[in-house]
Design a protein around this ligand. Structure first.
Ligand SMILES: [Zn+2]
Length: 238
């Protein structure tokens, strides 16, 4: 996808002076990001298809290390995973002034008065028990996949896009589900797993269609858990 080439000098300065320190990027993440920007945006391409082998060779790192770096960059919304396949991954590479966290910090008062979009984007929903609980509450006590009733003893959290495929810990990628679905799904794409449940007669036609709609809403960020305001205020002081 051709796009206007940004000013390379400006990109580099904003990356060094604002983005990297604000996100506290590790040295490895800086190296990987620079390599990806070099081969995408500085070539006038918004998206880049690459393999981990190519990235590892270009940065003189091992594939495991670059995989972890790409996952973190996706988590920071510096990269957006568009597609994954056996041939490689397609990501959208964002330059510093397109990344929300790189912009000058707003006052806490103003931040709290907004819709908390950035709060949601930045959160690691696996990290705190209070946040994990809100994911379970969002699903209303039913498995996101098979709709079976859940109890605190039978429920667990599942990565819709597996961690091995750069899936992050955002509320767009975590769902509450039963242990049976969690162990059967493994690395199967969520849509394929839902179709399998349908073939197994665990979901009706209507339920399958509704599950697909919920999955779309989830990945679009429309299924937002209710986070207690007190928790967000506490986080703001951290
Ligand atoms: Zn289930």
């Amino acid at each position: 996808m051709p796009t206007k080439k940004p000013n390379a000098e400006q990109v580099w300065k904003e990356f060094e002076d604002q983005l990297a320190p604000r996100l506290r990027l590790r040295t490895i993440d800086r190296v990987v990001y620079s390599h990806l920007v070099r081969h995408s945006r500085l070539e006038g391409k918004l998206r880049l298809r690459f393999s981990l082998t190519w990235l590892a060779r270009g940065t003189a790192l091992c594939t495991h290390t670059v995989r972890e770096a790409v996952r973190r960059l996706i988590g920071h919304r510096v990269l957006r995973l568009v597609q994954r396949s056996k041939e490689g991954h397609v990501v959208e590479v964002r330059i510093p002034n397109e990344v929300r966290a790189a912009r000058p910090r707003q006052s806490a008062r103003r931040l709290l008065s907004r819709t908390r979009a950035s709060d949601f984007d930045d959160l690691d929903w696996l990290r705190h028990q209070a946040l994990r609980r809100t994911i379970h509450v969002r699903e209303g006590g039913r498995c996101f996949y098979c709709l079976s009733r859940l109890t605190p003893a039978t429920r667990c959290l599942d990565h819709v896009v597996p961690r091995a495929e750069f899936g992050d810990n955002s509320c767009r990628n975590l769902v509450s589900c039963c242990q049976g679905c969690n162990s059967k799904k493994k690395d199967i794409p969520a849509t394929d797993f839902l179709r399998w449940l349908h073939r197994e007669r665990r979901l009706t036609d209507l339920e399958l269609a509704a599950r697909f709609r919920s999955l779309d809403a989830l990945t679009a960020g429309k299924l937002r858990p209710r986070v207690p305001a007190e928790w967000l205020r506490l986080r703001e002081r951290m």
